[in-house]
Design a protein around this ligand. Structure first.
Ligand code: SF4
Ligand code: SF4
Length: 394
């Protein structure tokens, strides 16, 4: 497997190392030079040696680069990031889960492989694999490895229930994710298992955290707050600190992806945060989301209209840009609000809450003095897709 990737990225060109968020911006001229070097089995240029050594203390071979460096070809589709729910099935049963029914279903292996090739051809460089619980999908290891092989930088979001197992640790040790995002549902067995409704889950979770720390995996924890664990927020933060992992607190519960309101009952009123003002977003233009059946949407929130990648093919993907524009123009559901004429709240987000008949305070992003809203988390510049989950889940 290659240990460096060179790729176009939103009009620029990057040199990256799989499993590491840091990268080097290079000129188009150097990108093209590397394409030639790899095609002709030439030796690494001096500047590449210097960059690999400076960034990653990585020595390069004296001869052909073709085994070391993977060149991502330019894509006409213009996407850079995507998220993929490999399967919505989960071994936990959190009452605030935004996935609703969580059916254990997805594409067969050949469909998953074809989908990953389409993501590569669409230009996706940063891929988040999520679920449901991604690690319980039978094809997860093969899909994760294939995404690496195709030259994508891979982030995995998980509840951590399988992280302690030898096959998963071996896989992540051999092919590092650039980020491993793990949800935290409590700081004690009683609270954690009251949330997950899965006996023994806290012990498996903490074993996984210890194993990930010992393996030096790039973990980031999402502390998910509901009325059932709000009394342990400080202890959950302390737990993250005790493992040396950075963490974010997610505390706004959202409706299910079908607009059902039931998860909202698990909201901790004390931790309901006002949202950041909406400043526009590139959903459907530079990033998109794919569900377990290969259905692509602008993001995890705005799931309709959508594009059926497995039957319509990659050629249908540019429709997402037009879908995103039309979704943001829909301003229904805010009648009676004096600000609705000039509103810049994200419309797909507003519609999800409106369908669930939620209070406006849960979704309005019109501005004012707003504390940070961690439910709309974003990754560092140049890293993976904005983690716009509609609710705190892993
Ligand atoms: S929900 Fe988030 S990602 Fe989706 S369109 Fe709104 S701001 Fe963009
Ligand atoms: S929130 Fe995450 S861990 Fe909990 S049931 Fe949903 S997908 Fe599973």
């Amino acid at each position: 497997m290659h240990s460096l990737i060179v790729s176009p990225f939103l009009g620029r060109h990057l040199l990256l190392r799989p499993g590491d968020v840091s990268g080097v911006r290079i000129s188009e001229h150097r990108y093209n030079a590397l394409r030639t070097v790899v095609a002709e089995h030439g030796p690494p240029p001096a500047w590449l040696r210097e960059a690999a050594d400076r960034m990653w203390q990585m020595p390069l071979p004296d001869v052909g680069l073709d085994r070391t460096l993977l060149v991502r070809e330019p894509s006409t589709y213009g996407f850079a990031k995507a998220s993929w729910e490999i399967n919505l099935g989960c071994d936990y049963d959190c009452e605030f889960c935004y996935l609703g029914e969580k059916k254990f279903a997805g594409l067969p292996w050949d469909g998953k492989a074809r989908l990953l090739e389409m993501l590569r051809d669409a230009g996706v460089l940063w891929l988040q694999i999520t679920g449901g619980e991604a690690l319980i999908d039978r094809d997860f290891p093969a899909a994760y490895e294939y995404a690496h092989q195709l030259g994508m930088m891979v982030q995995v979001s998980t509840n951590g229930s399988r992280l302690h197992t030898r096959p998963i640790l071996e896989l992540f040790g051999r092919l590092r994710p650039y980020r491993l995002t793990i949800s935290v549902y409590g700081a004690s067995p009683e609270t954690y298992e009251a949330v997950t409704r899965n006996r023994g889950s806290f012990a498996r979770f903490t074993r996984g955290l210890a194993a990930a720390r010992d393996a030096g995996l790039p973990v980031r924890l999402n502390v998910v707050v509901s009325d059932r664990n709000a009394h342990e927020v400080d202890r959950m933060r302390a737990l993250a600190d005790s493992y040396g992992f950075p963490h974010h607190v997610f505390s706004n519960i959202s409706p299910t992806i079908d607009g059902a309101a039931n998860p909202l009952a698990a909201q901790s009123r004390e931790y309901l945060k006002a949202r950041w003002p909406f400043n526009g977003c590139n959903a459907g233009h530079t990033f998109f989301h794919v569900n377990p059946h290969g259905i692509a949407s602008i993001c995890k929130v705005g799931r309709d209209p959508h594009v059926k990648l497995m039957t319509e093919g990659i050629e249908a993907l540019p429709r997402l840009g037009r879908i995103a524009e039309s979704l943001q123009l829909r301003v229904g559901g805010c009648s009676g609000c004096t600000l609705s004429g000039s509103c810049w709240t994200c419309r797909p987000l507003a519609k999800l809450y409106q369908d669930a008949k939620a209070d406006r305070e849960r979704y309005c992003q019109h501005g004012g003095t707003k504390p940070h809203d961690p439910t709309h988390d974003s990754t560092p510049a140049g890293a993976g897709p904005a983690d716009h989950r509609p609710t705190p889940a892993h």
